[in-house]
Ligand binder design. Structure first.
Ligand SMILES: NC(=O)c1ccc[n+]([C@@H]2O[C@H](COP(=O)([O-])OP(=O)(O)OC[C@H]3O[C@@H](n4cnc5c(N)ncnc54)[C@H](O)[C@@H]3O)[C@@H](O)[C@H]2O)c1
Length: 321
């Protein structure tokens, strides 16, 4: 198939592009290199892809480019481009969230009305559940975002659903739960913690560490994306989580094992927008997508630790050049 991946230089997008190319698809990746985190990290994620036959990269902004021309000839679209990050979504930067989460999705869906790709998979988020009363969170649970980021991801997910209902677009939304692994964004907890350990600094924990998260290894997210392409039901939303939750303080103890050294912690105020707990009910994804998360937290964290060590070694060179 000819497949378009938006947000291709990002954490999850770059993994997905590699997996699609491995499956023999012809992949076009598009990314605007937004300045949320350093460009050299995204270039390093793209590096193994860029020279691969069957992979084309476009450095373009979805809010500016002619999307009909971009979609023309594509059989499927994975829409991952977004402004991520819960804590940064307050205040003036909200405008960026509106542009890169809502507006670009609406533009993409409008273009898809004309071009009609066979499948569109949208990267939604567990943040749309916010303070829902249900744990585990089910696709039918009330949505109650607690952050402006969550509101924009929910708005875009609703746009996907309503374009499916009104225009029959074959859109499937996947609600990702806290993704980790090599390539993780530098604003995310494990990346921040591991970088601090590497630099022999104390880690900063927001809140008292009692918050729980359903952590999902990036390969499991990619597997769910690939399945959604084939067996995701149009107009449906699916939770994609690791299948169980872990207390943050326990993960930090596990990180001490993985890194082989004690970790000094500094506790700071809970951040606005952070929810106390997440846990995905993944029965629907199991049933329809054959989804079954495989990664264990210890193995996944070891792989991220290995990656962090290599990244900052090569990153030092990249920033010195
Ligand atoms: N990482 C997680 O834990 C997580 C959890 C839930 C949902 N998601 C969703 O998954 C997707 C990927 O997340 P990620 O963690 O890989 O984030 P990321 O920031 O690493 O990747 C997103 C990419 O989108 C690009 N982008 C943003 N706006 C664009 C635009 N207008 N045009 C072109 N490119 C643009 C950015 O440059 C970036 O490289 C996002 O939609 C995010 O909301 C991620």
């Amino acid at each position: 198939m000819k497949v378009l991946v938006t947000g291709a230089a990002g954490f999850i997008g770059s993994h997905l592009c590699r997996a699609l190319a491995d499956q023999g698809h012809e992949v076009t990746g598009v990314d605007a290199f937004t300045d949320f985190y350093p460009r050299w990290m995204k270039e390093s994620a793209l590096k193994p892809l860029i020279s691969r036959p069957g992979f084309t990269f476009l450095s373009e902004d979805l809010n500016r480019i002619d999307l009909r021309a971009l979609l023309d000839g594509q059989d499927a679209v994975f829409h991952l481009a977004a402004q991520a990050g819960v804590r940064q979504s307050w205040g003036r930067t909200f405008e960026t969230y509106v542009l890169n989460n809502i507006q670009n999705t609406q533009r993409l869906l409008e273009a898809a009305r004309d071009i009609r790709p066979a499948k569109i998979v949208y990267a939604s988020s567990s943040s749309i559940y916010g303070l829902t009363p249900d744990l585990p969170m089910k696709e039918t649970s009330p949505v109650a975002p607690l952050s402006p980021y969550g509101v924009t991801k929910l708005a875009a997910e609703h746009l996907c659903t309503l374009y499916q209902k009104n225009y029959g677009l074959p859109v499937v939304s996947l609600r990702f739960f806290t993704v980790y692994g090599p390539g993780q964004r530098p604003d995310m907890a494990f990346h921040r913690f591991l970088k601090s350990v590497l630099e022999d600094r104390e880690i900063v924990v927001y809140g008292d560490g009692s918050q729980t998260r359903d952590f999902t290894y990036v390969d499991d997210i990619v597997a769910a994306c690939l399945s959604a392409l084939v067996s995701g039901r149009d107009g449906e939303v699916y939770n994609v989580g690791g299948g169980h939750r872990e207390r943050l303080s326990n993960v930090i103890s596990l990180l001490e094992d993985v890194c082989g050294r004690p970790i000094r912690r500094r506790f700071e105020d809970k951040q606005k927008g952070d929810v106390p707990d997440t846990l995905a009910d993944i029965d629907k994804a199991r049933r329809d997508l054959g989804y079954s998360p495989r990664a264990g937290l210890r193995d996944g964290l070891s792989r991220e630790w290995e990656w962090i060590r290599t990244l900052y070694d090569s990153g030092r060179h990249a920033t010195q050049e």
